[in-house]
Write a protein that binds this ligand. Structure first.
Ligand SMILES: NC(=O)C1=CN([C@@H]2O[C@H](COP(=O)(O)OP(=O)(O)OC[C@H]3O[C@@H](n4cnc5c(N)ncnc54)[C@H](O)[C@@H]3O)[C@@H](O)[C@H]2O)[C@@H](O)CC1
Ligand SMILES: [K+]
Length: 488
C-alpha cells in the first residue's frame, strides 16, 4: 500500500532526519532525484531548454539546485525569480555558478515560449491559500507555452493535504515529490494538476508515523480478493443479498446483481420488486419478489439503488438495517438515511454508505474541497464507512483510516455505474473483508473495469459487468493468454 502523508507529518519527519544529517544534505537528495527525472523526461541534456519558476522557499531551492545540475550538463536553464532578494541563497549561487541565467518574472515570456520543460518551484508544502497574483500570472504564462510541465514536490497552488485549488495552480504533466506522496496529489482538483507522480526517496520513511490514508496498488487489491479453494462450496464464498430496482425500473437490480455475481459468483440472492427482470437477466441468482427476510441466509446486504423512497422502501431499508449483517446503502437508501440518519447510526455490524456529491450534501456536510476530511467527518458521525464517489473516490472509516482510489476513467460518469459498484462492494462485504477494505478494493476493481471497458470505446454500465472478470484478472496480474489454473 502507498501511504499518504500530510505536510505536517512530513515536516515532523524531516525535522528528525535533518537533525541527523549535514546541512543541505536533504535538499541535495531531493534535487538529484528531481534532475534525474527531468533528464529522463527530456531524453537529452545538451541543447535542451529548461525554465525554472522560483519562489522564495525551499521549493525554489530544490528547483535551483536541480537547474544547476542540468546547466552543468549543457542544458540551457533560465530561472524566473519571483522574489530575487529572498531566493534560496545557496541554490542561487550554485545555479549561477553552473551557468544558469536569471530573469525577472515579467521578462520570462521568451524563455517560457522556447522551453522544452518548465520546472515549477514556486511553492511546495509551504504554500497556503490561492497563489498570489504575481505567481498566478507566471503559472498562466507557463501554461500557454509548449513545454513539459514538471512540478517540484507539489504543483504550486494545490493544497498538499487536501488537493484544494483556490484560483490559479500549476497544471503539471509530472510531479516529482519527495519523501512521501501527499494526499493533495491524488485527490480532488490536485489529482488533475499533478499528472504522473514520481516519488523520490530522501530517507524519510523510518521517521514517518503510521499513515492514516492510503492508496491501494493492484497487488494490495489482489491480496484481498481471495481465490476459491478446493474446500469452498457456493455457501462458503460469502452469500450477498441484493435489494435494488423496482418493477417499473428493474435496471438497478439487474446491474447490481450482475456485478455481485461477476465479482464473487458463489451465490447471490435477490429480493424485491424487480424480481422478474433480474431472473430473466441472471438465471444464476436466487430470486424472490418478497421481502429481504424471504430471501434466505446471506452474509451481507446491498440496499438502495432504484428501490424508491416510499413507505414500502423505507420499511425494507429499516428491515435490512435491523439485521446484524454488513449492509451497503446506496442511492435511494441514502436519500432516506439523510432524512433519518439514526437508522444507520452505530449499527452492531458494518454499514457502508456510497454517496456521490449531491447525496453526500444531503447529510449536511459539503463535501467541499477537502474530500478526505469530509468523508472522515460523516463516517465518524454515523459510525459507518463512507465511500465518497469522485474522480478519485475516497473511502473513510469512523476511526479516520482513509483510502484514495487510484484507478478509473472519466468514462465512468454514466448512468448505472454506481449500481455496479454497489454490487461489487456487497459481494466483497459478504466474504468477511473489513468493511473499509471491501469498499476500497471494490472502488479499485470498479475503476479497473472502467479502464478495461473504456479501452474499447464509450462505456455503458453493462459493459462494466461484462468486463469485471477481465478487470479482476488484471488486478491479480493474470496474463490473458494464460489459464489461471495452468500453474503458469
Ligand atoms: N525541509 C527540507 O529540508 C526539505 C524541503 N524540501 C522542499 O522544501 C519545500 C518546503 O519548503 P518551505 O517550507 O520553504 O516552503 P515552500 O517553498 O513550499 O513555500 C514557501 C514560500 O512560498 C511562498 N508562498 C506561500 N504561499 C504562497 C501563495 N499562496 N502564493 C505565492 N507564494 C506563496 C512563501 O512566501 C514562501 O516564500 C518542500 O515542498 C520541498 O520542495 C526538499 O528540499 C526536501 C528537504
Ligand atoms: K511546486
Amino acid at each position: 500500500m502507498i501511504g499518504l502523508f500530510t505536510a505536517a507529518e512530513i515536516r515532523a519527519a524531516e525535522a528528525r532526519l535533518l537533525a541527523a544529517l549535514p546541512d543541505g544534505a536533504l535538499m541535495q537528495r531531493a534535487a538529484t532525484g528531481l534532475a534525474t527525472v527531468c533528464l529522463r523526461l527530456l531524453g537529452r541534456s545538451y541543447g535542451a531548454r529548461v525554465t525554472l519558476l522560483v519562489g522564495a522557499g525551499n521549493n525554489g531551492g530544490d528547483a535551483l539546485f536541480a537547474g544547476a545540475r542540468l546547466a552543468s550538463r549543457g542544458t540551457q536553464v533560465t530561472a524566473a525569480l519571483l522574489a530575487p532578494e529572498r531566493a534560496h541563497e545557496a541554490g542561487l549561487t550554485a545555479f549561477r555558478r553552473a551557468g544558469g541565467r536569471v530573469v525577472a518574472p515579467e521578462a520570462a515570456g521568451p524563455a517560457l515560449e522556447r522551453a522544452d520543460l518548465v520546472l515549477d518551484g514556486i511553492t511546495g508544502i509551504g504554500g497556503s491559500g490561492g497563489l498570489r497574483p504575481d505567481a498566478a500570472a507566471l503559472v498562466d504564462r507557463a501554461a500557454a507555452g509548449p513545454a513539459l510541465m514538471v512540478a517540484v514536490d507539489v504543483p504550486s497552488g494545490v493544497d498538499a493535504d487536501t488537493g484544494a485549488v483556490d484560483g490559479a495552480a500549476f497544471a503539471a504533466t509530472h510531479t516529482v515529490t519527495f519523501g512521501a506522496v501527499k494526499p493533495g496529489l491524488v485527490v480532488g482538483q490536485g489529482r488533475g494538476h499533478a499528472g504522473e507522480v514520481h516519488l523520490i526517496g530522501i530517507g524519510l520513511d523510518e521517521h514517518l508515523p503510521a499513515p492514516a490514508a492510503w492508496q491501494l496498488t493492484d497487488a494490495d487489491a489482489a491480496a484481498r480478493l481471495p481465490l476459491p479453494d478446493a474446500d469452498d462450496d457456493k455457501y462458503t464464498q460469502g452469500v450477498v443479498g441484493i435489494v435494488a430496482g423496482s418493477a417499473t425500473y428493474p435496471g438497478a437490480g439487474v446491474l447490481c446483481t450482475g456485478a455481485a455475481l461477476r465479482t464473487r459468483p458463489g451465490l447471490v440472492r435477490y429480493a424485491g420488486t424487480a424480481a422478474d427482470g433480474v431472473r430473466a437477466a441472471w438465471p444464476e441468482a436466487i430470486v424472490t419478489d418478497g421481502r429481504p427476510g424471504d430471501a434466505g441466509r446471506v452474509q451481507a446486504w446491498v440496499v438502495g439503488p432504484g428501490m424508491g423512497t416510499d413507505d414500502d422502501a423505507r420499511s425494507v431499508l429499516a428491515e435490512v438495517l435491523a439485521t446484524d449483517l454488513p449492509v451497503l446503502a446506496d442511492a435511494d437508501a441514502l436519500t432516506m438515511l439523510a432524512r433519518e440518519p439514526d437508522l444507520a447510526r452505530n449499527r452492531p455490524a458494518p454499514t457502508v454508505l456510497t454517496p456521490h456529491d449531491r447525496e453526500f450534501a444531503r447529510f449536511g456536510y459539503g463535501p467541499g474541497s477537502d474530500r478526505i476530511g469530509a468523508a472522515r467527518r460523516l463516517a465518524a458521525d454515523l459510525g459507518a464507512v463512507v465511500l465518497l464517489k469522485g474522480e478519485a473516490t475516497v473511502v473513510a472509516d469512523p476511526g479516520g483510516t482513509a483510502f484514495v482510489n487510484a484507478t478509473g476513467t472519466p468514462w465512468l460518469a454514466t448512468a448505472g455505474t454506481g449500481d455496479v459498484l454497489s454490487g461489487i462492494t456487497g459481494a466483497l462485504l459478504a466474504t468477511g473483508l473489513p468493511a473499509v477494505e471491501a469498499a476500497a478494493v471494490a472502488a479499485h476493481v470498479h475503476g479497473r473495469a472502467g479502464q478495461v471497458a473504456a479501452a474499447r470505446g464509450p462505456l455503458i454500465a453493462g459493459d462494466l459487468v461484462r468486463h469485471l472478470p477481465e478487470a479482476i484478472s488484471r488486478v491479480r496480474g493474470v496474463r490473458p493468454d494464460r489459464l489461471p489454473d495452468s500453474g503458469a
